[in-house]
Write a protein that binds this ligand. Sequence first.
Ligand code: 13P
Length: 254
Amino acid sequence: MNKELRKAVIAGNWKMNKTPDEAKVLIEEIIPLVKDASCDVVVCVPYVDLCTAVAATKDTNIAVGAENCHWETSGAFTGEISPSMLTAMGVEYVIIGHSERRTYFGETDVTVNKRVCAALKEGLKVILCVGEYLEQREQGVTAELVAMQTKIALQGVAKEDLKHIIIAYEPVWAIGTGCTATAEQANEVCACIRKTLGNLYCEACANGVTIQYGGSMNAKNAAELLAQPDVDGGLIGGASLKAPDFAAIVAATQ
Ligand code: 13P
């Protein structure tokens, strides 16, 4: 029942794939396939594709997101992009704290929190990623870990801003491995995240937050995952690079 309180959101995370020309082709392929979607549809693309993606999705039901942003507005931060640069381009969403950023680029819970606050201040919608390594799952600390990641990431975030936050539960062991979490595993952790939000804010606030699952979600397994009571959408890597597969996942939210 609570699920009706939340908008389902399917977001593609293209990661480091597609040149601007390739991005245009893929988006033009996706547009007709998702035009009647009952959920929100987002494509998060590399920085160099943002301009193309914003232009290609104009007057469609597809929103565009970036895959990261810095926490400062401007300054001596070679290679970084600020939230205001994104909004100036017409970008609406930003992924923050993806496990690939945490693992390969030194992202910590503290820097994730700084980015979340800066992005919200600029009016971006945030897709905040949390999730455990296989070792941590085996050690039985998944619930504590995602609760901690969620708590630190949201420090200083006001209740009113929660409507601009989506949380993506992405178990690291499921990302790009074809080893999807079972629907029960996905739901269990998404429910833990919701409980954490309930404790931090209030139960009604928590019930309004869209929580996605990500990690080898595909056209075949999406419907079962998305039918879970606490799974409100998906953050899709590999399958978002194939228009028919991405569209099938979007359709599976119905
Ligand atoms: P895959 O769907 O390729 O496993 O990637 C998931 C992911 O990391 C989305 O952010």
